[in-house]
Design a protein around this ligand. Structure first.
Ligand code: ADE
Length: 246
């Protein structure tokens, strides 16, 4: 998979992409990431990428030309929207990023991420260039860069071979549930004990306990997830039972 990032601050990606799982995925050529400064596509002498908003108001707006031309430089001219090669504008106005979107994007051969800055981007970028507009949450960042890093991380770990596929499918959210509690040695720390069942060696009972814990935790912390989760009939019944105990 190839990911192109368009940004005015390429240095913001240096740390995150040179550590941990993303670093390893890049080294193993499982993903290719290119960080491009779209200021290079500004035509005037001063490389201006923003301007005041039509109609007045505070702040600056990113101009359409450098971003359109940067995308054309990457995907070819004339540019034709192609959902197989998504061009995604990151902004608080977008649809909210989640595990399902991460999974869909992890199957694409190529993705372009456009990081906005200042007070906004010219609406023609969202209307006529981007195939999608995504937000990572209901808060305003000073730019799309942290959002791009979050998305690349979530997408990269789902690319086949990046992490072992069992851990990806076992993840919190893979079935729409929160994860069950995990413990490791020592069995007792400062008097805090690991649940007895996990030390029992009874794999059937452990599996049952974990499933129940995942359901219970989701019910308490994120009941909204349960409506959309893919649960079996037995699991649905277990949820109803758990509700009575709360
Ligand atoms: N740019 C500014 N805020 C953002 C957010 N919440 N998600 C994506 N891009 C953004």
């Amino acid at each position: 998979m190839r990911i192109d990032i368009l940004t005015l601050f390429p240095e913001m990606f240096e740390g995150p992409f040179s550590s941990s799982i993303i670093k390893r995925a890049i080294e193993r050529s499982l993903i290719h990431i290119y960080v491009n400064n779209f200021r290079n596509y500004a035509y005037d002498r001063h490389k201006v990428v923003d301007d005041t908003p039509y109609g007045g108001g505070a702040g600056m707006v990113l101009k359409p030309e450098p971003i359109f031309e940067a995308v054309e430089g990457l995907l070819g001219k004339p540019y034709v929207k192609n959902t197989q090669k998504p061009v995604i504008l990151l902004s608080p106005q977008g649809r909210i990023f989640d595990q399902k979107i991460a999974r869909e994007l992890s199957a694409c051969e190529r993705i372009v991420l456009i990081c906005g800055h200042y007070e906004g981007t010219d609406e023609r970028i969202s209307q006529h260039l981007a195939t999608d507009e995504i937000s990572i949450g209901d808060y305003v960042l000073s730019g799309g860069e942290p959002a791009a890093i979050v998305m690349v991380d979530a997408i990269a770990r789902l690319v086949p071979g990046v992490i072992d596929s069992l851990s990806a499918s076992d993840d919190s959210f893979s079935r729409g549930l929160l994860e069950y509690p995990q413990y490791t040695r020592p069995a007792s720390y400062r008097g805090y004990k690991v649940p007895e069942i996990l030390l029992s060696g009874n794999h059937g009972e452990i599996e049952k306990w974990r499933k129940e814990q995942a359901l219970k935790r989701t019910l308490i912390r994120r009941p909204d997830l349960l409506d959309k989760a893919s649960l079996t009939k037995t699991e649905r019944e277990a949820v109803e039972k758990l509700k009575e105990t709360l």
